[in-house]
Design a protein around this ligand. Structure first.
Ligand SMILES: [Zn+2]
Length: 689
């Protein structure tokens, strides 16, 4: 439920449920562009576009023309520009350490940060090694000779971050948010999601064809003959397609009750007799676990069937594929290039990113909080934190006032909603306690083994939480991340230091601009506590029907209004936005905009806080607020990336996060004098908050 997808995913990342473990997948890289220093960015406007026709391009057309998507990107926006600047800053920190690694205490975080980077940048060593560092892993798979061996290998691969075809992890119990339970989830598709295997639209069909060829080419790189490789690619595709059919859709997974089936290990084994959960948990080092959430029972019934139906050779081929697929980005150039070739099909990216960026991304996953600790020490000021907290307070007050006066809400629901809001925890900047990486072993290579050890460390850390009380101090985003998130099980709003910078926020900017940009993002996260999904959890983070039935009905019809509106929108290739998939994010966008505007209106006008020179005459404060809102979504996607995101991402495309939301705002229309028939006015306005 974060507000931003990242470089590969649009802004506002959502913390997925159950807390999914990151796979060993290709990182996307960034290139350099410098942000302007001016809070209003009036040179971003395209004055040939009328604000009442297409506000997104009116506000951002100039920026988009001046910032074409770099060849090594599938998406380029104001957030990626900031992320790029964060990365360059971090690169300088890390390179400084990597120049003098032996002066750093062995076993300490800074030494690990240096050694990881050195191993990744050692292109010659990586090249010479090819895929040989993975040989012990391939031998394990080759030695599988029974269903029992196969399941032991599922568990083993899981320990190094390769979740195929299942994922074992931890989550806060939906019904007792103080406790951590085990969950098992569907996993193991090499394409972005089930639609890519099953839908007939041309972009999906093209991706399938390319994927099958890609699998075969990878097998050839591993030394197979082309004919054997083609046969094996066929096997993999067949098995993955059957798993895709049994997979729960992303839209279905948005209902927490649909992915909550807590049962004993014995019951799980009765459900899927071929899958020996007790043994798998034991292989994962947790034989003591006696209950778990079987998140997607139908998927596991299908795996159970495939264990009986598919020959062992098919399963072994599939695991061999999953291993090389996950690790290709960290192997020699031929693997990296082949991996990238598939990425271009899915994302439209034209060039591979610079090595240092790819290594830093892998390092961010492996040691992100160690890097974050160095980052905030130098790049986050106490003043920024205080000012951000003050904005959060104003947005929270606006939501409280709104809840107190909403006409459609009855007193009992109103009281529960305000209680939930009062319990919401706000965290800004970085965690109070830093992550302990002492048990993680990092050396100077092979690079891929550093990556796998980091996955293993993370997997152990996650599984160790099961059966213990929740650690409320943990963050799920590193401090350097250009994003924010709301966590429904924690009922917490989290704003990392990384986003509290231009173009989202600057302490010297006029309030109109800060509230339109970061203020709306804060409001977005806050209303996630009250979107169609968040509304199912109470103030303590437990699934709970705290709504009076009549209120819930009104609320649901209001959110349906949003789903219907957004389902009308399309992206390149004619693919439609999935209305139900994006409901939560669109509802949060609308709520965030309204709350930020109310909060802004509540700020007493400080006599000294004049607008930047040259702008006061041209735009009113409200107009500046809406321009800043649109600016926070400035960016452009390649067609392939737009198609992937519209298929998998719960966030609507950025143009609709701007135009689709503003068209529901009478305050926006009033500010720009837009009346009557206009694409920026919805005849049937959706209103929730
Ligand atoms: Zn969100």
């Amino acid at each position: 439920m974060s507000t931003r997808p990242s470089a590969s995913r649009p802004r506002d990342t959502t913390r997925s449920w159950p807390a999914l473990l990151a796979l060993c997948v290709a990182a996307q890289a960034l290139i350099a562009v410098h942000a302007s220093g001016d809070g209003q960015y009036l040179n971003w406007l395209d004055r040939t576009v009328r604000p009442d026709q297409d506000f997104f391009h009116f506000a951002n057309g100039g920026w988009i023309k001046a910032n074409p998507i770099p060849p090594d990107r599938s998406y380029w926006g104001v957030d990626t520009v900031l992320e790029q600047s964060n990365q360059e800053f971090i690169r300088a920190l890390v390179e400084d350490l990597a120049r003098r690694p032996d002066s750093l205490p062995p076993g300490g975080d800074r030494r690990k940060v240096a050694d990881f980077f050195i191993s990744g940048m050692d292109e010659r060593g990586v090249e010479a090694a090819g895929a040989t560092p993975l040989q012990p892993e391939f031998s394990r798979i080759a030695a599988i000779s029974s269903i029992a061996d196969l399941q032991a290998e599922f568990a083993h691969l899981q320990t190094i971050g390769i979740a195929a075809p299942l994922q074992v992890g931890q989550m806060q119990d939906f019904t007792d948010s103080t406790q951590v339970i085990a969950f098992i989830g569907q996993s193991g598709l090499g394409l972005p999601n089930r639609d890519y295997y099953l839908q007939g639209h041309p972009p999906y069909a093209a991706a399938r064809k390319a994927y099958q060829q890609h699998i075969a080419r990878m097998f050839v790189l591993l030394g197979d003959s082309p004919s054997a490789a083609a046969r094996q690619a066929d096997m993999v595709m067949g098995l993955e397609t059957r798993l895709a059919k049994a997979s729960m859709s992303d839209t279905e997974q948005r209902d927490p009750r649909a992915i909550y089936h807590l049962m004993s290990v014995r019951q799980a084994e009765a459900l899927t007799p071929q899958l020996h959960w007790r043994q798998i948990l034991s292989n994962l080092g947790r034989p003591d676990i006696d209950s778990l959430n079987v998140a997607m029972p139908d998927f596991f019934k299908a795996v159970n069937l495939e264990l009986q139906r598919a020959p062992l050779s098919v399963w072994k081929t599939y695991l061999r594929w999953q291993l090389v697929h996950a690790c290709a980005p960290y192997l020699s150039q031929s693997f990296v290039d082949e991996d990238f070739r598939m990425a271009t099909v899915l994302s439209g990216t034209k060039e591979l990113q610079a090595r240092w960026l790819r290594v830093l991304r892998a390092e961010d996953e492996a040691l992100g909080f160690a890097i974050g600790e160095m980052y905030v020490g130098q790049r986050f000021s106490p003043a920024a934190k205080l000012a951000a907290l003050a904005m959060v307070k104003r947005v929270r007050d606006a939501l409280k006032a709104d809840l107190q006066t909403l006409r459609w809400m009855t007193p009992v629901t109103r009281e529960a909603a305000i209680k939930k809001l009062n319990l919401m925890e706000v965290r800004v900047g970085y965690p109070d306690r830093w992550r302990d990486y002492a048990a993680l072993q990092i050396d100077r290579g092979p690079y891929v083994l550093n990556v796998l050890r980091a996955k293993e460390f993370e997997q152990k850390r996650e599984l160790a939480k099961i059966g213990k009380p929740v650690d409320r101090s943990e963050w799920f985003m590193t401090p350097q991340t250009v994003n924010a998130y709301y966590d429904p099980s924690m009922n917490s709003l989290n704003v990392p230091a990384g986003i509290l910078q231009p173009p989202f926020y600057d302490v010297s900017w006029p309030d109109a601009v800060n509230y339109g940009a970061i203020g709306a993002t804060i409001g977005h996260e806050m209303t996630h506590g009250f979107d169609d999904e968040g509304a199912k959890f109470d103030g303590r983070g437990n699934l709970n029907d705290w709504w009076a039935p009549a209120d819930l009905k009104k609320f649901q019809s209001a959110t349906r209004c949003i789903s219907k509106q957004f389902a009308q929108y399309t992206v390149a290739g004619g693919l439609h936005v999935k209305g139900e998939l994006v409901t939560g994010e669109a509802v949060a966008d609308l709520g965030g905009l309204i709350l930020a505007l109310q909060a802004f209106h509540g700020v007493p006008a400080a006599p000294g806080a004049a607008l930047a020179s040259g702008t006061a005459q041209e735009f009113t404060p409200d107009q500046l607020f809406f321009i800043a809102y649109a600016h926070s979504w400035a960016g452009e996607l390649r067609a392939e990336q737009a198609q992937e995101l519209v298929t998998t991402d719960p966030h609507p495309p950025m143009i609709y996060r701007t135009n689709g939301i503003l068209a529901n705002s009478p305050e926006f229309q009033q500010a720009f004098g837009i009346a009557g028939r206009s694409p920026m006015v919805k005849p049937e306005r959706c209103a929730i908050w």
